[in-house]
Ligand binder design. Structure first.
Ligand code: ZN
Length: 139
């Protein structure tokens, strides 16, 4: 356990989203993962793929769980590409702001990756999330 994980799951923003205590624009959910629109998108359609199990660092995950996450990332990235037609969708995993593993998908509409976003309204997030959701493979 490190300094950024003092409060663990109890006060973790993503655990609160998973428990339904914080509203989100949901794109996909199954037993192990939730996929939501990032509330602070740097570009339209920025999306988070989040394992439900609270783990602070991606490379402390079980390898099998990490591979399952990446398999879902692939489906979500293709859904973003189909729905929003960016040049490409980029993936970033760092997790310094929220110490709960998440893969952040950045649709890039030009050959430049803007990482810092601004807070978006829930209406706009829901609209974009809905378009991506329509392009997800059927479960
Ligand atoms: Zn958490």
């Amino acid at each position: 356990m490190n300094a950024t994980d003092e409060n663990g799951e109890k006060d973790c923003v993503f655990c609160k989203v998973i428990r339904g205590e914080i509203p989100c624009a949901k794109i996909y959910e199954d037993k192990k993962f939730i996929v939501i629109a990032d509330v602070y998108p740097a570009s339209k359609g920025q999306t988070l793929v989040i394992p439900k199990k609270h783990e602070t660092y991606a490379f402390k995950m079980q390898k099998e769980e990490y591979e399952e996450m990446q398999s879902l990332v692939y489906d979500v990235a293709r859904a973003i590409d189909n729905a929003l037609k960016p040049l490409r969708t980029c993936e970033v995993i760092e997790g310094f702001a929220v110490p709960h593993v998440h893969a952040r998908l950045h649709p890039a509409y030009e050959q430049y990756l803007q990482l810092q976003g601004q807070k978006e309204t829930m209406d706009k997030l829901e609209e974009t999330a809905g378009r991506i959701k329509e392009n997800m493979p059927l479960a």
